[in-house]
Design a protein around this ligand. Structure first.
Ligand code: NAD
Ligand code: AKB
Length: 310
């Protein structure tokens, strides 16, 4: 990776990934792009809609880009409210980026999600290769994206690689309209008012990951020896799996007066109920050495410390 372009760079994942990439490869070598305004960090930024193929092509060509981290998307809860727009952004954005990667010989990172699974998938120890019949539009775009990336690799030799991320938890940037957002919101509420009203049921178990691990996973996969990759796209990766009740109990270890109540949002609950509870990520461990650094206890301690400082 010498010259990198990040789409969706002002979002939850992109804002932190861009900083890490700039620290590692030099600020001038990492172009942040988004349709929202620029990051406050120093470094090149282009205001760019991923559906605008000709501008995207021009930016990639004129900057000699060799690697694209394609993060721009609508997330699960927002996508369910705007399914046509979600298909347009998530699929037309991806096919544009794949075509550009084919034309300019770029490597491509595409993040899939636990949303790529559905109710017919085994929800515990979810295998790497298993049935994928998601019921959400977001999940449908993610499975389609995984398949498109595989297709472009097989037919055109595009070096497309990807991960199935669980819910991502970050102390720096708020989440952008997903079903796992509660696991970030709860920390801000715990510090501000010592109370949180959760939109998922107390026993809703989902896989999660702390942002430093999510960034490490993306960069490690993109720099892995390609001859060792049997799957390439859509590796299951997880770091912890918990319910809102268990997360609240861990926060209470640090803030004893913290309380949680539940007012279930039927839309987001139905989405969460269709996702796996705990994925098997042994393929990622075996093929490119995936290891998470943060479990539940370490993540909670670090989140509370970081948010208190913000
Ligand atoms: P986010 O919503 O915080 O950020 C997405 C960014 O994409 C936003 O800054 C938005 O402005 C931008 N965007 C939307 N439409 C665009 C368009 N047409 N053109 C250009 N930019 C556009 O999302 P995130 O949490 O940072 O997620 C990044 C990627 O990771 C997404 O593909 C998401 O599906 C995937 N992912 C995220 C999670 C998670 O928990 N955050 C989990 C699994 C997968
Ligand atoms: C969402 O909830 O939509 C995302 C995801 C798990 O893909 N956080």
């Amino acid at each position: 990776m010498k010259k990198i372009l990040v789409t969706g760079a002002t979002g939850q994942l992109g804002s932190e990934l861009t900083i890490t990439l700039r620290n590692r490869y030099g600020a001038e070598n990492v172009l942040a792009t988004d349709k929202k305004p620029a990051l406050s960090e120093p470094g090149p930024f282009y205001c760019l809609d991923v559906r605008d193929m000709s501008t995207l092509n021009q930016v990639v060509e004129s900057n000699n880009i060799d690697t694209i981290f394609h993060l721009a998307a609508l997330l699960s809860a927002v996508a369910e409210q705007k399914p046509q727009q979600a298909w347009d952004i998530n699929m037309n954005g991806l096919i544009n980026v794949l075509e550009i990667s084919r034309m300019h010989h770029c490597a491509l990172f595409f993040p899939s999600s636990i949303a790529a699974f559905g109710t017919e998938t085994p929800s515990m120890d979810t295998p790497q290769d298993t049935i994928q019949r998601p019921t959400t539009i977001y999940g449908i775009t993610k499975v389609s994206g995984e398949l498109l990336c595989d297709y472009y690799h097989r037919h055109f030799g595009v070096d497309a690689r990807g991960l199935r991320y669980p819910g991502l938890i970050s102390s720096k940037t708020k989440p952008g309209g997903g079903t796992t957002d509660y696991a970030v919101d709860i920390f801000y509420a715990a510090i501000k008012s010592q109370h949180y009203e959760c939109f998922l049921r107390a026993d809703t178990q989902l896989d999660m990951m702390y942002m430093p691990d999510a960034i490490d996973a993306a960069i490690t996969l993109m720099t892995a020896d390609s001859t060792q990759l049997k799957h390439r796209n859509a590796f299951n990766v997880t770091a912890m799996s918990f319910t809102p009740q268990q997360l609240a109990a861990e926060i209470q270890e640090h803030i004893p007066e913290f309380t949680i109540t539940y007012r279930v949002d039927p839309l987001r609950q139905a989405i969460a109920d269709s996702w796996p509870r705990h994925m098997n990520d042994s393929a990622a461990k075996a093929e490119w050495g995936w290891r998470a650094q943060f479990g539940l206890q370490a993540m909670v301690k670090n989140m509370l410390e970081k948010i208190a400082l913000n």
